[in-house]
Design a protein around this ligand. Structure first.
Ligand code: PHE
Length: 348
């Protein structure tokens, strides 16, 4: 072996020998950086040795090369480990310096929740959307035409008395909608059938407030228009809706009723959830609870919207969200839903 090779081996050995001790003394990051440059940098000792290797014979490279490469991997690894250890130690020291008592209880973080009206409204709309209904919305400020006339309620119609209306003092042609049914007209005019629409929203009635009536409440309107839609479709849709909402054994009863915009019209009752039909104060001893108004879309409504009543038929229904929420969540007074008392709201 030539002298230069001997010398090369000696330099490699000495580097290897001192490396471990130098590393152990490097107790801060900058010292480590320095060592890294001194050994592995562009002009570093090991880099230099590797460069010299390329000028040696093939046989020497075969024997010496692996030694140098192994040392390079070793040093790189040791430097990395040392860096990690220093980082860990400095973090630990920092944590020790902060007087931290990990047994102290945490700071509670208030998590909000959906208002019961929103929860129940979403449940109703959720069932309907599984049946292919899409959500539609209309304005809260309506015109007399949409809220009444297009729904076959002319100005002198007695049904107007049933829905005591808030009119705007400065705009007598505008009113706060008394039901979500005007959304039916808006949808019929804006789209062509087949239509399947669920329209949730706020409605307003100028009437005295008590445990079961508010001047503001929420409805969900349903509208289904297609060819050959019949009363059986209405019944089966509502039966499915209420059994999903209140449980599969819910009793249902359809009663004939009257709405100017449906013919025939019906109201749907469910067996009282509280007494199971025995009769109690909630169902006023009747065993039944009134849930909604419904019926087949009146020919006059189709006419108003420019449809041929012989080609299209449909059903509509409108239900109060508050009523269902009160029954499902056992809320005894509608006013509780609007007082925003946290002790009440936190229960849902
Ligand atoms: N709009 C009616 C109400 O508010 C309910 C209803 C909707 C009835 C659709 C029939 C069809 O009382």
């Amino acid at each position: 072996m030539a002298a230069s090779q001997k010398n090369w081996k000696a330099r490699l050995a000495s580097l290897e020998k001192t490396a471990a001790a130098s590393l152990a003394r490097a107790d801060v990051a900058p010292k480590l950086e320095k060592l890294q440059v001194r050994w592995l940098g562009r002009k570093g000792l090991l880099t230099q040795l590797l460069k010299e290797l390329s000028r040696m014979s093939l046989a020497d490279r075969r024997t010496l090369g692996p030694l140098a490469h192994r040392l390079k991997t070793d040093l790189t690894q040791q430097i990395e480990e040392r860096k990690k250890r220093l980082r860990r130690e400095s973090l630990q020291k920092k944590l020790q310096d902060i007087s931290l008592d990990s047994s102290l209880p945490g700071v509670p973080c208030a998590v909000g929740s959906l208002h019961p009206i929103t929860q129940v409204e979403r449940e109703i709309v959720g069932v309907l959307s599984r049946l292919g209904f899409s959500v539609a919305q209309g304005p809260i400020l309506e015109t007399d035409e949409y809220n009444f006339q297009a729904l076959n309620i002319p100005p002198d119609h007695p049904a107007r008395d049933l829905q005591d209306t808030f009119y705007l003092a400065d705009h007598p042609q505008l009113l706060l909608r008394t039901h979500t049914s005007p959304v039916q007209i808006r949808m019929l005019r804006a789209h062509r059938p087949p239509l399947r629409i669920a329209a949730p929203g706020r409605v307003f009635r100028h009437e005295a407030t008590d445990a079961s009536h508010g001047a503001v409440f929420h409805q969900v309107e349903g509208l289904y228009v297609d060819r050959r839609v019949c009363l059986a479709d209405l019944k089966s849709t509502l039966a499915y809706l209420f059994r999903e909402l209140l449980g599969p054994s819910t009793l249902l009863r359809f009663r004939p009723s009257y709405f100017p915009f449906t013919e025939p019209s019906a109201e749907l009752d469910v067996g009282c959830l509280l007494c199971g039909g025995q009769g109690c104060s909630v169902c006023k001893k009747s065993g039944w609870l009134e849930m909604l108004g419904a019926g087949m879309v009146h020919p006059k409504v189709f006419e108003q919207a420019g449809y041929s009543g012989s080609e299209w038929s449909g059903f509509a229904f409108g239900m109060s969200v508050e009523r269902l929420a009160m029954l499902k969540l056992r809320i005894p007074d509608i006013r509780l839903l609007y007082e925003n008392d946290m002790r009440f709201l936190e229960q849902f």
